[in-house]
Each structure stands twice: as C-alpha cells, then as structure tokens.
Design a protein around this ligand. Structure first.
Ligand SMILES: NC(=O)c1ccc[n+]([C@@H]2O[C@H](COP(=O)([O-])OP(=O)(O)OC[C@H]3O[C@@H](n4cnc5c(N)ncnc54)[C@H](O)[C@@H]3O)[C@@H](O)[C@H]2O)c1
Ligand SMILES: [Zn+2]
Length: 386
C-alpha cells in the first residue's frame, strides 16, 4: 500500500511482463520541478515496443508518457502554475531554452537527455524521467512543459489525448505537407492512425483512407467519415487507387517498424513505407509518425536489427516525394487542440475503449498488446475513478 513516502507504479519487469509495485514517491529535485498527482495516464502503442522486449528497455522502468493530473507541489522557481492546477504534459520532456526548443522542435530538445536530442517520461533511451502510470510524477521545467486545463473533471478523456496521440496524429498529417481539400491515406488505425485520420477530417480532407486489419479499428475510422481499407482483403494500395481513381496526395505512416505483412503472420518493417511510396502521387508527401528505432533486438534480419530498413529510394526520387518524420513536437499543437476541445470542435475521446485502475493495468497491457478486437486505447486512473 502507498504510504507518505511511497506510491503505486506500473513497472517493466521483462518481455510481456509488467507489475504494479510500491516505489518511492517523486520529490522536487530542482526549483523548476512540480509534482503532479496523476488523475489519468494512457497506455500507448509506443509502450508496447518496450513491453514486447523490442527495445533496449531495462527492467524497472515505470512506463507512462501520456499524463495529466493536478499540481500537488511546486519548486520555488515555478511561476506560472499553482497548487491545484489541472495540467496535461506533452510526452516530450523539454527545457524550453535550447536551440531546438527555441525553434519549436521540443521533441529534439538537447538539454534534457545528455548525448541525445529528445527526452520523454517512462521511455527507454529518453532520459531519467519516470513515467506517469503511477500515482505521482515529477515534471521538470514545469512552466514550459505543463499545459493548463480548465478546472474540474470535464473532458478528462479528451484532454489526456493531448499528451501524445492527438498531436501526433495531427503532426503526421502536418509533416505530410497536407492541405485542405487533398486526399490522404493513413496506414494504421491504432490510436495514432485514428487521430491522424480525425485531424485530416478536421482539416478538410477530401478522400481520407484508413488502412488496417482490425475490424473494430476500421469501424471507428468509418464512423468519423473515413474510407476503411482492410489490407487482408487485397493489396491496400490497389484498393485505394481503385477507389480514389488515382493516387492520393498525401500518406501517413501510423504503424512503424513492427508493421506486419498482409496475412499478419510476420513483420515486414518496410511494408508501410513501400506502400506509401506507391500510393502517393508524384510531388506528394509522406508523413512518417510511426516509430523506427536504431536498434531492434527482435528484428527478423541483421539490417533491421540495426535500424537499416530498405526502401525503394529510386521510386521515391523519381516521384519527387517529400518526407517528414520524427517524434511529434507536442507543444507545437497541444494548446490549439485543447482549445478545439473546449470549443466543442474536436472530441478525440472516441478512440478510448477502456478506463481502468492501476490494478487492472497488467491485464490491459496483455489485451492491448494482442490488438484484441475492442481494445483500441486504454486510459488508467492511478488514484481512482474520475
Ligand atoms: N512520432 C511520434 O511522436 C509517435 C508518438 C506516439 C506513437 N508513435 C508511434 O506510432 C505508431 C502507432 O501507434 P499506435 O498507438 O496507434 O499503435 P498501435 O500498435 O495501436 O497501432 C498500429 C496499427 O497498425 C496496424 N498495422 C500493422 N501492420 C500494418 C500494415 N502493414 N498496414 C496497415 N496497418 C498495419 C495494426 O493492426 C495496428 O492497429 C507506433 O509505432 C508508435 O510507436 C509515434
Ligand atoms: Zn504515446
């Protein structure tokens, strides 16, 4: 049980194993820190790469980079926040003062993770920041990293998506070079893919295709006005080109390096990238939001084990396609997406399928990892129901 100095947190034990453990409560370590009592944290598809042992993650990491809650304690350098404020944090940890932060590229902050550009909570190689699938979390550079929300409990399940998947989906569309009226194909109908598709809807896309093989996820895409493409029913690119009567203007990768082949029997890390090169019109753009890693302990071949993924670069060159990629700079979007939620213009919580307490998180990881039908996005309330 949690005491005055301890709390409950979900820790990585080893491949396919997480456990709720009693750990030390976080403390203020720097005047710019705050401690947040977590009201909601979400499980992300990105957590599954670690969960499956497909990263260099070591046992003991507390997972959770999608976090929101109430400010409980403040360092003396914090000026914009006060105790009791309701806040949501970008999954990126950023210092707000390096060159990349200055230019709005907070996913590539050079001041928070020595030797590396980019930090995050509860994530391998992203710095010493513990995750928020726990009762409390320490937020560094809090004035910069915490986005204030209206007080109360309204929109909790919309606001939690501001930590990652809503901005990341929006970012995928943005870095594809998308403009209103264009057509777009989104690969992957997980939370990121659905948020990319939803962003394209909000931004006035014409034909918006969403490719996956999980029926529930395709249905969710259809419900928001997109055209579902089941890649087990025939080549996804052929299906899109036939329906669109030609290639699409833009495409988004919301799958990443663990993409599977059409019958789902094995992974093919370049399959989505290849499909994007094929399906996007000459001079169109590819937005690659799905994760690719420089080392993959579970890769099926030696090249992809070192993050070397083969691409039809000749085709890409021939078509003059542009590519945008990388982690999402959440802070570039979260304030505006928050205001769309408050104004009733956006309701991203349609992706959430399960709300649980911390005690049920072990089981939820198992179900979500199997992409079990119906398990689209899980949010956790580590301090009890909202
Ligand atoms: N760039 C960023 O900042 C950022 C942030 C969050 C997540 N991500 C990454 O985005 C990706 C998606 O995240 P998610 O939470 O939606 O994950 P998810 O695993 O829930 O969804 C991925 C979906 O892709 C589908 N899929 C697999 N192979 C496919 C194929 N060949 N064609 C089409 N669909 C295929 C799966 O069935 C699944 O539904 C992950 O790689 C995640 O790590 C990136
Ligand atoms: Zn995430």
């Amino acid at each position: 049980m949690a005491s005055a100095t301890t709390m409950q947190a979900l820790n990585y034990i080893g491949p396919y194993k997480v456990r709720v453990e009693e750990v030390e409560k976080p403390k203020i370590e720097h005047p710019d820190d705050i401690i947040v009592k977590v009201t909601t944290a979400a499980i992300c598809g990105s957590d599954l790469h670690m969960y499956e042992g497909r990263t260099a993650a070591e046992p003991g990491i507390t997972f959770g980079h999608e976090n929101m809650g109430i400010v409980e304690e403040l360092g003396e350098g914090v000026t914009l926040l006060k105790k009791g404020d309701r806040v949501v944090m970008p999954f990126n940890v950023a210092d707000g003062r390096c060159r990349n932060c200055e230019e709005g590229k907070t996913a590539f902050c050079t001041g928070v993770n020595p030797g590396f550009a980019g930090g995050a909570y509860g994530y391998v190689a992203m710095g010493p920041y513990r995750g928020g699938q726990a009762q409390y979390i320490r937020i560094p550079y809090a004035d910069f990293n915490a986005l204030k929300l209206p007080p109360g409990k309204e929109h909790e399940s919309d606001f939690i998506l501001l930590a990652d998947v809503f901005p990341t989906g929006w970012h995928g569309v943005e870095i594809s070079g998308f403009k209103s009226g264009e057509s777009i194909a989104v690969f992957g109908a997980g939370p990121v893919g659905l948020m990319a598709a939803y962003s394209a809807v909000l931004r006035g896309g014409s034909n918006i295709y969403v490719v996956d093989r999980v029926p529930e996820r395709l249905k969710a895409a259809e419900k928001i006005g997109c055209i579902p493409i089941d890649f087990t029913k025939g080549d996804a690119v052929d299906q899109i080109i036939a329906h669109n009567m030609g290639m699409v203007d833009r495409s988004v990768d919301a799958v990443g390096y663990q993409a599977v082949n059409p019958n789902g029997s094995s992974e093919k890390p370049n399959i989505v990238l290849e499909n994007m090169i094929r399906v996007t019109r000459p001079c169109g753009g590819l937005g690659i939001a799905g994760l690719y890693v420089p080392s993959d302990p579970g890769a099926s071949d030696a090249a992809s084990a070192n993050g070397m993924i083969s691409l039809s670069f000749g085709k890409l060159f021939e078509k003059g396609l542009s590519i945008g990629t990388g982690q999402c700079n959440v802070k570039a979007y979260n304030r505006y997406l928050r205001d769309m939620i408050i104004a009733g213009k956006a309701k991203p919580s349609f992706v959430i399928s399960h709300e649980i307490g911390l005690a049920d998180a072990e089981d939820a990881y198992d179900k979500f990892d199997k992409r079990e039908n119906g398990w689209t996005k899980v949010i956790i309330h580590p301090n009890g129901g909202v």
